[in-house]
Design a protein around this ligand. Structure first.
Ligand SMILES: C[S@@+](CC[C@H](N)C(=O)[O-])C[C@H]1O[C@@H](n2cnc3c(N)ncnc32)[C@H](O)[C@@H]1O
Length: 252
């Protein structure tokens, strides 16, 4: 199996810099994790002292998992995308977090849960994916074929759909909410960072989460722009609104 080509993406957090290894030509997310991890003290009084076990759903290259594992939390990081898993494993190695962080390729819908978590953290897939799908599909297909010879076109299409289609962002949250009783312990919380491109995400989640108290909401109108990488170049898209939401499960 050929290796994925990595480059470094720097994320500023309240615990200092995390230099993440991410895959070339892959659309990676930086601003959302950075927004959450550089504002973490605003919500940590609600969650931090109590948590030991964290499930990072849709971990990507692992910004959240690495952050929490470096704080000594036990993290399980899952993603359906094999490139994301390669990146995340690389970051676990790089930060020597093998004793704190387990990385598995799995979708949240099928993830076989062997223990309960104090917290689920996620940055669900985004909305408007048409541009990314069109522009990146060839690159992603090439990368996927590099890391595995057994990948078929249909699967490549599935990865693209699952990573970037707006409804899947909602599906991911639906699965998390639906499986909360099985995944979370009795004080369990769900920490979500999302933007305005996950259409009506905030209201959608609040409506869906009828067995949850939404205990914290931070909104931030940002003049920063979303970034993705193509052929090593930054591509900027529109203005963003960041949302951080914390849900506490009350359905036990
Ligand atoms: C917006 S990215 C966030 C990545 C990373 N957590 C970050 O913040 O940089 C969403 C991630 O969810 C993953 N994903 C999409 N559907 C999923 C599912 N059903 N189960 C697990 N992961 C999924 C995608 O592959 C992608 O890596």
């Amino acid at each position: 199996m050929d290796k994925v080509n990595f480059y470094t993406n720097r994320i500023n957090t309240e615990d200092g810099i995390i230099d993440l290894q991410v895959a070339e030509n892959m659309c990676n997310t930086f601003l959302y994790p950075e927004f959450l991890l550089s504002n973490y003290s605003k919500i940590s009084d609600i969650i931090d002292d109590e948590i030991e076990n964290v499930l990072d759903v849709g971990c990507g290259a692992g910004p959240f998992g690495v952050f929490f594992a470096r704080r000594g939390k036990k993290v399980v990081a899952i993603d359906i995308n094999p490139i994301a898993i390669e990146c995340c494993k690389e970051n676990v190695k790089r930060y020597e977090l093998q004793n704190f962080m387990e990385v598995k390729r799995a979708g949240i819908e099928e993830y076989e849960c062997k223990k309960r978590f104090d917290m689920i953290v996620c940055n669900p897939p985004y909305g408007d994916n048409s541009y990314m799908r069109k522009e990146l599909s060839k690159d992603i297909k090439n990368i996927l074929q590099k890391i595995s010879n057994d990948i078929f076109d249909a699967e490549v299409e599935d990865y693209l759909t699952n990573c970037w289609k707006d409804s899947l962002g909602r599906d991911m949250m639906d699965y998390i909410f639906a499986r909360a009783k099985e995944l979370l312990d009795s004080n369990g919380k769900i920490l979500v960072v999302c933007g305005n491109d996950f259409i009506d995400s905030k209201q959608y989640m609040i409506n869906k989460a009828d067995k949850f108290d939404c205990i914290s909401l931070i909104y931030h109108d940002s003049v920063k722009k979303d970034v993705c990488i193509k052929d090593g170049n930054m591509i900027y898209r529109g203005k963003k609104i960041f949302n951080i939401l914390v849900f506490k499960y009350i359905g036990f």
